[in-house]
Design a protein around this ligand. Structure first.
Ligand code: RTP
Ligand code: MG
Length: 156
């Protein structure tokens, strides 16, 4: 197999408990798929408080940290890894601003959310964060290595 240059970048994308309860998983996957991103890992889990705290370790000590950890571990999440050119940056654009009220229509948060603490989805904020988060949530053998047949119609 010969992958297009730059097409192996990966991002950790997670539908939070509010998005799962509201039935938004399918729409979110659809958006990433139709953009051209390739799903290489997916699982449904109820994260422990410990896992939630590790995931949001950069926010440890901030006033909103305890409720953030409580919320993320309050129900099932859908943890995913998407792969493709510039997926970290483009994923963040597709997700929208942290505060849904400031997110443009057309973005996931701008189409589905109102409150900051119920903003539906997480996306890695840098390639380094993505590598850390993917290693935290997935074992290496839970990620698939494959090239879709459509690749020549997606990348020049
Ligand atoms: P995420 O990590 O979940 O993708 O969100 P983000 O990058 O857009 O925002 P981040 O700064 O990483 O914050 C993580 C989550 O914490 C909640 N938050 N609350 N001032 C506040 O009350 C506040 N700031 C952030 C949000 O739920 C945000 O998604
Ligand atoms: Mg963040």
């Amino acid at each position: 197999v010969s992958f297009a240059a730059g097409s192996r970048e990966r991002s950790f994308i997670m539908v939070k408990p509010d998005g799962v309860h509201r039935g938004l998983v399918g729409d979110i996957i659809k958006r990433f798929e139709q953009r051209g991103y390739k799903l290489v890992g997916i699982k449904v889990i109820v994260p422990s408080r410990e896992l939630a705290a590790k995931h949001y370790a950069e926010h440890d000590g901030k006033p909103f940290f305890p409720k953030l950890v409580d919320f993320l571990s309050s129900g099932a999440v859908v943890a995913m890894v998407f792969e493709g050119k510039d997926v970290v940056k483009t994923g963040r654009t597709m997700i929208g601003a942290t505060n849904p009220l400031a997110s443009a229509p057309g973005t996931i948060r701008g189409d589905f959310g109102i409150d900051m603490g119920r903003n539906i989805i997480h996306g890695s904020d840098s390639v380094d964060s993505a590598m850390r988060e993917i290693a935290l949530w997935f074992k290496a053998d839970e990620l698939a290595d494959y090239e879709p047949v459509a690749t020549p119609w997606l990348y020049e």
